[in-house]
Write a protein that binds this ligand. Structure first.
Ligand code: HXC
Ligand code: NAP
Length: 311
């Protein structure tokens, strides 16, 4: 199998960061982020946690800034404990905030319950849930086994429901909370080779609206965030990101470039924060307009043959 490019192989924290939002927007909040050990989920954790780097601040301002940060503590959870443990170490060192790594499979409700209990024991509360865990691959519908379709539905859709339901039961029901579901625009117009992921993410967008309606009275906001093609991610690599034909499609999209992980994290920060206090049941598409123009035609099938031959 071809090696992923270096920026996908390893997730590192940003070498420097300039706050665009108020730096203490999430001060003392706790976020539970599935899939937080890599890619978009890792960057969301970092931006939520980010403190100002005091070496960038004049000495006389440091005292005033001592509490200035987005200031969130995080729990990052996925199947691989080594992955989330290494990520948590990097995040804690880069931001000075606490990050608890936990192993769970979002398809396993008992493991989720144990993880949420552990997180509550550690932090005493959870304010924000980011459902970012997902699985995907390119496959023609005609070659997709029933179990392959089910696997992606189980991770993306059922997994999102499982984690949301456990958090509702264990904390949000009594204290309120915010849920951000990371989805995609694949199902908006239909996309070749993506019937499994497109169906799974469309179902999550529907779930967002259902839960927003049902749980709104308990002061729980639920929104979807749909990224477009994002550089340096496993998701984009799996969808043929490194190919010249994909680059051409990106250049033909309205903003004519890929998005980056920080742009997705800033949108998640907006939705999770009091800036979005009256936003619920919404889908925020963060894709540079790509879904409006991205070809979803049969040419992708030809691309797939050449791409999969190289894997
Ligand atoms: C066809 C495949 C396949 C492939 C697996 N399957 N890979 N079918 N093409 N490339 C089939 C298997 O044959 C099997 O069916 C079934 O799927 C389950 O496979 P397992 O390997 O047992 O599943 P599992 O170990 O649970 O792994 C899940 C996974 C894996 C999704 C298959 O790739 C994974 O863990 N991915 C996590 C990382 C990831 O995908 N990141 C990208 C997220 S980005 P049979 O019938 O043989 O039993 C993303 C982007 C969305 O979601 C939108 C972007 C625009
Ligand atoms: P990624 O790095 O592969 O992230 C997926 C994460 O989910 C991994 O950390 C993985 O960790 C975890 N995960 C997978 N299966 C799991 C399971 N069963 N239980 C628990 N955790 C599981 O991919 P990404 O590209 O950053 O994608 C992140 C999110 O953005 C996904 O929801 C994806 O659909 C969405 N998205 C991405 C793009 C893009 O261009 N990248 C575009 C649109 C939408 P483990 O392997 O350790 O479990």
């Amino acid at each position: 199998m071809a090696q992923p490019p270096p920026d996908v192989r390893e997730d590192d924290c940003l070498p420097e960061y300039r706050h665009l939002f108020c730096p203490d927007l999430l001060r003392d909040k706790v976020a539970f982020i599935t899939g937080g050990g890599s890619g978009i989920g890792f960057r969301i954790a970092e931006i939520f946690m980010r403190t100002l780097l005091f070496r960038d601040v004049p000495l006389d301002e440091i005292l005033g800034l001592i509490h200035s940060r987005h200031g969130c503590h995080t729990v990052i959870a996925s199947r691989s404990l080594p992955r989330v443990s290494m990520a948590a170490r990097k995040l804690a060192v880069a931001t000075g905030q606490r990050c608890l790594p936990l192993s769970l499979d979002v398809r396993a409700p008992l493991a989720i319950m144990a993880a949420v209990e552990q997180a509550l024991k550690e932090f005493g509360k959870i304010d924000i849930l980011i459902n970012c865990a997902a699985g995907n691959f390119l496959c023609p519908a005609s070659a997709l086994s029933s179990n392959a379709f089910k696997t992606v539905m189980d991770i993306d859709t059922l997994g999102t429901f499982n984690v949301s339901r456990v958090l509702y039961e264990k904390f949000f029901h009594d204290h309120g909370g915010v849920i951000v579901n990371i989805t995609a625009t694949l199902g908006t117009r239909g996309q070749v080779l993506q019937v499994h992921a497109g169906s799974a993410k469309a179902a999550v967008d529907a779930m967002t609206r259902h839960l927003a309606v049902e749980w709104g009275p308990q002061n729980i906001r639920v929104n979807s965030l749909a990224p477009g093609p994002i550089s340096g991610t496993e998701g984009f690599r799996r969808l043929g990101g490194p190919q010249a034909s994909t680059r051409a499609k990106v250049l033909a999209s309205p903003l004519q470039r890929l998005g980056n992980k920080t742009e997705i994290a800033h949108s998640a920060l907006f939705l999770a924060s009091p800036l979005a206090s009256y936003v619920t049941g919404a889908l925020l598409v963060v894709d540079g307009g790509a879904w409006l123009t991205f070809p979803n035609d049969i040419q992708s099938l030809a691309d797939f043959s050449s791409f999969s031959a190289k894997l």
